[in-house]
Design a protein around this ligand. Sequence first.
Ligand code: FPP
Length: 246
Amino acid sequence: MSLIEHIHTDYLPKHIAIIMDGNGRWAKQKGLLRTVGHENGTKSVRQTVESSAELGIKNLTLYAFSTENWNRPKLEVQTLMKLLVSSLKKEIKTLQKNDIKLNAIGCLNELPQKAQKELLEVIEKTKNNNRMCLTLALSYGSREELINTVKKISIKVKNNIISPENIDESVINEHLYTQNLPDVDLLIRTSGEQRISNFLLWQIAYAELYFTKVLWPDFTKEHLYEAIIEYQKRERRFGKTSEQIN
Ligand code: FPP
């Protein structure tokens, strides 16, 4: 029985988020430049996006560039931005063919003009696709997102659009960058690190966490299947007892 046959299609995670880590170490192990690691990381992005859509995953969010990543060497940042632009240009066909809608979260106005333009173009062109929503987290930090959310709600409170006693989870959700996305069900991090690194802190409140030692450029669709199979073995209790769930 192949791996994919172990996946129950009626109990798929609605939203998978991935911290794609280990590009630098992958390159170092091979005596290559870190940037080559990122280039190879784009192949795993493509495979993960395609196989998620094929499986029937409705939402996939990838941590492509954090607010902290701006502090990396200039050349590395430039390479990552160039890779973003070239991938968007190249993969628009894949997105259209697979009926995938592109979305982006983060401080998008901090991205180079060229990247912003390309991103907005692909978002516009794919806006009516509905098999899967692919969200790229770019110049994204969860604390920044929460600060931004508090500011937006505060302005509405000040202008009497929202009253403080009516602020609940749904109000917070509606003001996050991820406003139209469901909570994350499964969070995957590659490369053996077991940290969240300022990624979707609010949205992963009840997510199942899955850590694998595989470095991101080595991550294949079989690794994705393994993560989903593991997710499907877990009992999600959302604070209830095992007896209440069963
Ligand atoms: C982490 O590896 C990875 C990143 C900071 C960027 C992820 C980018 C890609 C996979 C390529 C471009 C993506 C898109 C969506 C076009 P690391 O550099 O932190 O690795 P290390 O921890 O081993 O140094």
